[in-house]
Design a binder for this molecule. Structure first.
Ligand SMILES: [Zn+2]
Length: 199
């Protein structure tokens, strides 16, 4: 199943495999690669990121992660940034400001034998960075107002910092390998705790 674009943006912050946190958007080259892999839905092609573009996209991501933290509360937020989250009202204002940078019109598309869908069209010129950040902000608005928000969780596995959308009721982990790691950690804790092992 493809991830929602807003979740893809949030997931550019992830566990680095060595106990730390990696950032796919740590430099302009990283943003260029990320955008080019998603050129179709982002609608910006060709695209070459510079540091200004990176800073602006990361600012939108920071807002997305803050509203995700609000969406999963009272459950725990991702530990990657739980202690330095943007206040939720600032995050909402930032997303709205980003979305407003590229006005769009909407049209209905309903081909034969297909589901009807809404198609967005830029209502005027905008520079590529404004168009990109507006598209990402609209994706966040779409996610938060859609059916996936209630199933959003922060992965509970040790060291994992991902948000994910639960596919079934009791899912605690973003992927099976996280579940395995969490079970191993739980087993280890249980067998190390003397009070639980004593007869
Ligand atoms: Zn995980």
């Amino acid at each position: 199943m493809d991830l929602h674009p807003a979740l893809e943006l949030a997931s550019t912050v992830h566990h680095d495999g060595h106990g730390g946190v990696a950032d796919d958007l740590a430099d302009a080259e990283g943003l260029t690669a990320w955008v080019r892999e998603r050129a179709e839905w982002l609608g910006v092609s060709p695209f070459d990121a510079d540091e200004r573009a990176r800073v602006e996209v990361v600012a939108v991501r920071q807002a997305v992660r803050a509203v995700f933290a609000r969406a999963v509360s009272p459950g725990p937020a991702s530990s990657a940034d739980a202690n330095r989250l943007l206040p939720a009202d600032e995050a909402v204002a930032r997303l709205n400001a980003a979305a407003a940078r590229q006005p769009v019109t909407v049209s209905l598309e309903w081909p034969d034998e297909a589901e009807p869908s809404a198609r967005l069209h830029p209502a005027g010129p905008a520079d590529p960075v404004a168009a990109l950040t507006a598209t990402l902000a609209r994706a966040a608005i779409d996610f938060l107002t859609g059916p996936q928000r209630e199933r959003l969780r922060a992965c509970a596995a040790p060291r994992c910092v991902r948000y994910f959308v639960k596919a079934h009721g009791r899912q605690e982990w973003c992927k099976p390998s996280c579940g395995n790691r969490a079970r191993v950690a739980r087993h280890y804790r249980r067998h190390r705790a003397p009070s639980e092992n004593s007869p």
